[in-house]
Design a protein around this ligand. Structure first.
Ligand code: G3I
Length: 732
């Protein structure tokens, strides 16, 4: 029961990660480390502080997930060499020894930087500025000492960090005069030495270690101007023989920036001049800021809004897809801190895939559980408008493989998310073009059949103006129909007679209000026919009471369930004798999550048996007896069916559960009380449970039948197929 109910929960909360958060799925690949998932691509690193290498749980997490470590702060010149002749190796060694003891290689960060630097190198004992030659001697001694101390554990050094100017500063103030901005950051290093200090630092590092990879490291490398400044500087240095092996792209990005194209542009540009690119300090803040600067918004330490988490998951997925594509030059991706608790950006930004309690977020699983085949997959270009679109609406569109693509005009929005996406993903995040039009395609083929969805625009939930609306998740949602190989059984056929569906309102004393149901009446209903006694009479029909799931209502089976069309096709093909189908509202939507144990369906039992059935038998040509009455339901409607049929076996002779649990022989007191039992689900749900149930029922002598729907989950094509099969065995 719990498992089926969980599936229902997932359906209900598709897209609202807040719900996801409280119902964290069991992680089937929890034993696979991030580093193992990427062993064919690049190493996965993490920047650590003292706490991370002092706590058993954190050390275990590091050893499981990562195969590269960077000291976040403890190897920086100002921390390790605060005064001339004064070395603080204790903290630095602690991190190095942790890595040595656990066979983890390190990225050295960093030897020469304008921040957290050994500023004493610029002045003499009297505080007077020294000549650059003196500065170089001191820098050389520092680099040789540190590089040699960690030569055995370091595979790459950030030799020079953040020496280039940021975008957006056309002028510099030099000696009080406004001059055209230099491509270089106006640091003390640069003011003393010009860009020669860069060359010197690399030469010193190469002297100290002939084999280690030497990197120039910076942030905002994807900014057009800065990308070109770094490119020109490294190219010039390398042409001058400066041993720069690689470029470190820090990767302090956000959930909106950069777009894949801009990131790829920087990587392919740098590929022209270096063989190695490392993503050295990856984190994704949940605002529009980016870069390594210390001026940034910390945000409030409050739980992450669902749609923000989806944007972050999607951005991580897109960035790693680009990194995998360029694994020929990218040989390391390092997260800047172990968890949100450690992040320099503060908890309020939730920037990392591991949360403040050291728990892997969905973004972590999305990064780890990538589908390599999907990386190269290009949807077939045979797009057609979605059959569920409003008149004249081109979008959304579907293709023959089951991909869906969307188009939404929202010029001023910062984010547009379609709640439809691949299993486990919080949705499909669209991208805005220069005209303010958002477009996007699902990352992979959707399951065939009908899917509810909605748009989340900057956190606001709205429907896609392109489609009709369908009642699901307790609201009218948008809907899309993905082609299915067997879709003919629910296709409207112009060459056959059709029944009709009547909307019936009736008073319910037990609920104290008018209730509504939709009643399918087969073609020919009510027509006079010659009875057995040769007299003209109106034929009477058995009745199937067919229930919807949580968040749906009496319109769900007739519309997205296509129940009427399925019946017409079955009757026309002579697969069944006509019968009436009653689709009523099952009082499901006031259900409070987390109270499943207390759900009894007693309210609906009273309405159904004491109020609705009498109305139907009075208003329609029914055969008003148990052996001409069936009850079936999908999802929560299935739960209601099981609870009511077992409690009131005298009312229905045929029982059906569609992704709504199963029956076991021992649950049915009197085997003679039911003529036929049907249980079914999608093969992405609990097929074993279905097969075991049918086997056990048959073994116990029940007329039982099951269906496991191919390539579907807890969704309407599963239930259409179940109705199609079950109907052929009812009232026989
Ligand atoms: O060590 C002192 C401690 O003694 C004192 O009690 C404490 C109180 O302020 O400050 C401690 O120093 C802090 C240091 O981190 C060590 O924790 C500094 O205030 C703080 O500014 C420094 O922040 C670091 C920042 O670099 C300095 O620029 C961040 O943790 C670190 O994540 C960040 O990392 C940089 C990369 O090295 C280069 N790229 C950008 C990235 C983010 O700015």
């Amino acid at each position: 029961m719990k498992k089926f109910f969980f599936a229902l929960m997932v359906l209900a909360t598709m897209g609202s990660t807040a719900m996801w958060a409280q119902w964290r799925l069991v992680d089937p690949r929890a034993n696979v480390g991030l580093k193992d998932a990427y062993k064919d691509y690049f190493t996965i690193g993490v920047a650590v502080n003292q706490r991370n290498v002092s706590d058993e749980a954190q050390m275990a997490l590091i050893m499981k997930e990562f195969n590269s470590v960077t000291a976040e702060n403890d190897w920086k010149p100002g921390e390790i060499h605060p005064q001339e002749g004064v070395w603080n190796f204790e903290k630095a060694d602690k991190i190095a020894n942790f890595c040595r003891q656990n066979g983890i290689k390190m990225r050295g960060h960093c030897l020469c930087w304008h921040s957290q630097f050994a500023d004493w190198m610029f002045t003499n004992k009297k505080g007077k500025p020294v000549k650059k030659e003196v500065f170089y001697e001191r820098l050389r001694e520092h680099i040789h000492t540190v590089v040699n101390r960690y030569k055995d554990v370091v595979y790459a050094w950030d030799v020079v960090n953040e020496a280039m100017a940021d975008d957006g500063r056309p002028f510099d103030f030099v000696d009080g005069k406004l001059v055209k901005a230099s491509p270089y950051r106006q640091s003390r290093h640069f003011k003393l030495c010009g860009d020669e200090f860069i060359a010197k630092a690399f030469e010193f590092a190469r002297e100290a270690d002939p084999d280690v990879l030497l990197f120039y490291n910076d942030y905002s490398c994807v900014d057009n101007g800065k990308r070109e400044r770094i490119y020109e500087m490294v190219k010039k240095m390398k042409e001058a023989g400066v041993p720069i092996d690689g470029i470190g792209m820090q990767g302090h990005y956000n959930i909106y920036f950069p777009e894949e194209e801009q990131l790829e542009k920087a990587i392919t540009r740098f590929k022209e001049i270096v063989k190695h690119i490392n993503i050295t300090e990856l984190d994704l803040r949940t605002n529009t800021e980016s870069g390594g600067q210390l001026m940034f918004s910390r945000g409030e330490a409050k739980p992450q809004a669902g749609y923000i988490a989806t944007l972050q998951e999607d951005q991580y997925a897109r960035l790693f897809k680009v990194f995998r594509k360029h694994a020929d030059v990218i040989d390391n991706v390092t997260f800047w801190n172990l968890s949100d608790k450690d992040s320099w950006l503060g908890l309020g930004n939730h920037p990392l895939p591991i949360d403040e309690n050291l728990k892997a977020k969905r973004s972590f699983q999305i990064i780890r559980d990538f589908d390599a085949a999907a990386d190269k997959r290009v949807p077939k270009d045979d797009w057609v408008p979605n059959p569920m679109n409003q008149p004249g609406q081109e979008y959304p569109q579907v293709n023959s493989e089951g991909f869906a693509r969307f188009r939404v005009e929202a010029p001023d929005a910062k984010s547009v998310i379609v709640s439809l996406g691949l299993g486990g993903r919080g949705g499909t995040v669209l991208r805005k073009d220069k005209d303010g039009v958002w477009t996007g395609t699902t990352e992979g083929p959707m399951d065939p059949g009908f899917h509810y969805y909605h748009l989340t625009i900057d956190g606001g939930v709205v429907n896609d103006p392109g489609t009709h609306n369908y009642f699901g998740s307790c609201r009218w949602e948008s809907g899309i129909e993905i082609p299915a190989p067997d879709q003919d059984f629910y296709a409207w056929r112009k060459d056959i007679p059709h029944g009709n569906i009547q909307k019936v309102d009736f008073w319910s004393e037990s609920t104290g209000k008018m209730q509504t149901c939709n009643v399918y009446l087969p073609d020919g209903y009510g027509k006079l026919v010659k009875g057995k006694n040769g007299k003209l009479t109106q034929e009477r029909y058995p009745v199937l009471y067919l229930q919807h799931g949580w968040g749906e209502n009496e319109t769900s089976w007739p519309v997205q369930g296509k129940a009427g069309i399925i019946m017409d096709n079955l009757i026309a093909d002579g697969k069944i004798k006509p019968f009436i189908v009653v689709m009523a509202y099952g009082l499901t939507n006031d259900f409070k999550f987390g109270t499943i144990g207390k759900f009894t369906a007693e309210e609906f039992e009273k309405l159904l048996i004491d109020e609705l059935i009498p109305v139907i038998d009075k208003q329609f040509l029914t055969k008003p007896d148990k052996w001409n009455r069936a009850m079936a339901g999908l999802s929560m409607g299935g739960m209601e069916t099981k609870l009511i049929t077992l409690r009131r076996p005298e009312v229905f002779g045929y029982w059906g559960l569609l992704s709504g649990g199963t029956y076991m022989p021992e649950e049915i007191k009197d085997p003679k009380c039911v003529k036929y039992i049907f249980v079914g689900c999608g093969d992405k749900e609990n097929p074993d449970g279905i097969n075991k149930s049918v086997e056990a029922l048959k073994a116990a002598g029940f007329n039982a039948e099951g269906l496991v729907s191919e390539n579907t989950a807890h969704e309407f094509l599963t239930w259409r197929r179940c109705l199609y099969k079950m109907a052929q065995s009812l009232f026989k």
